[in-house]
Design a protein around this ligand. Structure first.
Ligand code: ATP
Ligand code: MG
Length: 380
């Protein structure tokens, strides 16, 4: 008899012929998540198990953050003996009160008692042992799960996990990561769909300082915990911003800045092997995020730009930021390179056709090349 963690997965089930690939990736990701705890991980009978982890609470915390995992349950793994199983069920239900239901499943058909009889027998024993419990088969407060597979497994608690798709099964993308609330959430949304993500951050020293950088690295680290760490590209952006400030119409400054970010990000994304960019833009949030402005931004890139927050309100975004643990860091005061040169009256309905002319005084190619060449990479 020993304690194991039972790991359930959701959508991976739907993947048809690719299912073995998704399951293998998911199993490896769970393995990586519990490695430091000394946990042994295996896949058997469409279930992932973790055994031998030094600390079950830690193990739960780590595994429930692995994308593709739907829920987890600390369970007792034991011999397939009805008497012993009943005793274990009584033990697990001893401290509980309210209503319950026994969910018995017999995958091993050689076990002599069918699921219905097993549920009835165990339910009876639990009721006898604990007068604070009663049965409710429709809306029980507690579900006592008994599964007969290669061993018997007994568990009550089911802890919700993050869901999504296994990291690494969704391709690669590059996240434009500022120090704000939105972009970390945008990155999280795509990582959740299995996308391996690197971060690109634009810095404008001396206008943006060490603290701003530290903050971004901290955000990248938090996001990295959901995957396998994160690669952060740090782009020197001061020169681009100064040139825009000096040589372009003030009202289009932010938009032209955004276009440079996209151009540079696309080049870096290709170095990383990424096929798409991710931003934290939300329609109408600021002047550079009107539909007209977004069209102007997209004009300069030749890869898809994913904007998972496009239809979300700030409040909804904030709730996710709190849930994933980035909010506290995002609200620390700092100056972003965008805020340094913000025009007083930004154009809200820019026209795509006029943008090349608005940039005519800049050597776009040279500025982009120089920024890309001077980008450094850090891994968190
Ligand atoms: P956020 O909360 O993500 O900062 P925001 O509402 O402040 O978003 P903007 O400053 O207009 O919006 O930026 C829009 C998007 O551009 C951000 O979500 C982010 O993806 C990207 N971005 C902005 N500034 C930077 C930066 N310094 N480095 C990298 N990406 C940036
Ligand atoms: Mg910002």
């Amino acid at each position: 008899m020993r304690e194991v963690l039972l790991v359930r997965f959701g959508e991976v089930h739907l993947k048809g012929l690719n299912r073995p690939y998704f399951l293998k990736t998911l199993t490896n990701n769970v393995r990586r998540a519990v490695r430091e705890l000394g946990g042994e991980v295996w896949l058997s009978d469409s279930r992932i198990y973790v055994a031998g982890a030094a600390d079950m609470a830690q193990c739960v915390e780590r595994v429930r953050k692995v994308f593709g995992v739907h829920s987890v349950s600390p369970a007792t793994e034991m011999e397939k003996d009805l008497e012993a199983i009943s005793r274990e069920c009584v033990r697990q239900m001893a401290a509980l009160s309210g209503t319950f239901k026994v969910l018995a499943r017999r995958s091993d058909k050689s076990f002599p008692i069918n699921s219905m009889d097993m549920a009835a027998e165990i339910g009876g024993r639990v009721l006898q042992s604990n007068p604070r419990l009663s049965v409710d088969v429709h809306h029980p407060e507690h579900r006592l799960n008994v599964e007969i597979r290669d061993h018997a497994y007994v568990c009550v608690e089911e802890i919700k996990a993050v869901g999504g798709m296994p990291m690494g099964t969704g391709g690669k993308a590059a996240l434009l990561l500022s120090g704000g609330i939105d972009s970390p959430v945008a990155g999280y949304q795509l990582m959740k769909r299995g996308v391996t993500t690197c971060a690109i951050h634009f810095q404008s020293p001396p206008y943006t300082g060490e603290l701003a950088l530290e903050k971004v690295m901290r955000l990248a680290k938090i996001l990295g915990e959901y995957g396998n760490g994160m690669r952060v590209y740090l782009v020197p952006f001061t020169k681009v911003q100064m040139e825009i400030h000096e040589k372009c119409a003030d009202g289009l400054g932010t938009l032209i800045t955004r276009r440079f970010m996209m151009r540079i990000a696309e080049k870096l994304a290709r170095q990383f092997g990424a096929r798409a960019l991710i931003t934290g833009e939300s329609l109408g949030q600021v002047a550079s995020q009107t539909m007209e402005a977004l069209c102007c931004t997209d004009q300069v890139v030749d890869m898809p730009v994913f904007r998972p927050l496009i239809g979300m309100d700030k409040l909804e975004i904030t709730e996710i930021a709190e849930a994933i643990g980035t909010y506290e860091t995002s609200i620390l005061p700092y100056e972003d390179c965008c805020t340094v040169f913000t025009p007083r009256h930004p154009v809200t309905k820019p026209r795509v056709e006029t943008m090349p002319d608005a940039e005519r005084n800049l050597d776009v190619e040279a500025l982009v090349r120089e920024a890309v060449e001077n980008t450094r990479v850090e891994i968190v």
